[in-house]
Write a protein that binds this ligand. Structure first.
Ligand code: NAP
Length: 258
């Protein structure tokens, strides 16, 4: 399992608690971007594979039966590497990808294709007090906006040395709508920048923005490879049980003759 999401953790848990004989062994792979990993079921490995060739070698060496790509919707490279490596080793592959967010009539959203275009949108909008909730690793496009007061929220400390005005708020979700409203009001936020991560884990800021009439600049997802894809942990679990060995819904199946 290629991890890095809440769904990956939930799926690893679900597999671990599914009774199957012999048990399904899940290797959970992290890129290693964050210094702490939350405890989770499965055998953990950390670090890149070394491109497609490295992943092909890994799949062969570890005799992997099936690959579950549960990387983040904004992981732009790994899903393509997984698709290529699985194709060349003939390994079944499923992507677990949570649905994108949908705009309602009460939203003021500006959709853009990249963080660079998000920074440009802030200029066009004339934003003055901006909550950057788009991840700590890609802040560079915003540093040049020296007349904007930024509030940079992230789980681990971001590098804001290039910014003229930036307050860092270190917080890990889940958040509540009320706590999001408090933050937005305390910092007089007029615009939020976020990636279209989808799912429910960080959706409260969108509801808070809706209630306060705040503009949200939403960065669209990068392209995804054309592979079998599901959107829920339950669907992924069903697939794993079908593909990760001679199982059928938790019951070991007899070997096929020959
Ligand atoms: P990426 O651009 O798609 O991947 C870059 C490289 O990182 C890959 O080529 C691979 O290195 C390595 N890598 C990525 N995911 C890996 C995994 N699960 N296990 C082992 N190696 C992995 O991905 P990213 O955007 O840097 O994200 C890295 C990780 O953070 C992913 O696991 C993702 O799920 C998680 N994450 C990303 C975001 C985001 O906004 N991008 C947000 C939350 C969580 P090699 O080529 O050497 O194999």
């Amino acid at each position: 399992m290629l991890a890095g999401t809440t769904e990956a953790r939930q799926l690893a848990e679900a597999i671990a608690t599914t009774r199957s004989s012999p048990p399904i062994v899940v290797t959970v792979s992290f890129a290693g971007r964050t210094s702490k990993t939350t405890p989770m079921a499965g055998e953990i490995r950390v670090g890149g594979f070394g491109g497609i060739d490295g992943l092909v070698a890994f799949l062969r060496d570890q005799r992997i039966d099936a690959v579950l790509d549960a990387t983040h919707p904004f992981a732009a490279i790994m899903p393509f590497h997984a698709a290529a490596a699985c194709e060349s080793t003939n390994t079944p592959l499923l992507r677990l990808l949570r649905p994108a967010w949908d705009m309602t009539q009460r939203d003021r959203w500006v959709r853009v294709a990249s963080l660079q275009l998000a920074a440009r949108a802030l200029r066009t909008l004339g934003s003055k007090h901006v909550l950057l909730a788009s991840g700590r690793q890609e802040l560079a496009p915003f540093a040049a906006l020296d007349d904007v007061e930024f509030t940079v929220r992230s789980i681990e400390p971001p590098d804001v040395s290039g910014f003229t005005h930036a307050e860092v708020v270190l917080e890990r979700g889940p958040f509540t709508v009320e706590s999001e409203i408090t933050l937005l009001q305390r910092r007089s936020i007029d615009t939020i920048v976020t990636k279209d991560s989808g799912g429910s884990a960080t959706i409260e800021k969108l509801e808070a923005a809706r209630r306060l009439g705040i503009t949200v600049v939403i960065v669209d997802r990068p392209p995804s490879p054309d592979v079998a894809t599901v959107s829920t942990v339950d669907e992924a679990l069903t697939w794993v049980l079908e593909h990760a060995g001679p199982f059928e819904h938790g019951v070991a199946m007899p070997d096929a003759p020959g």
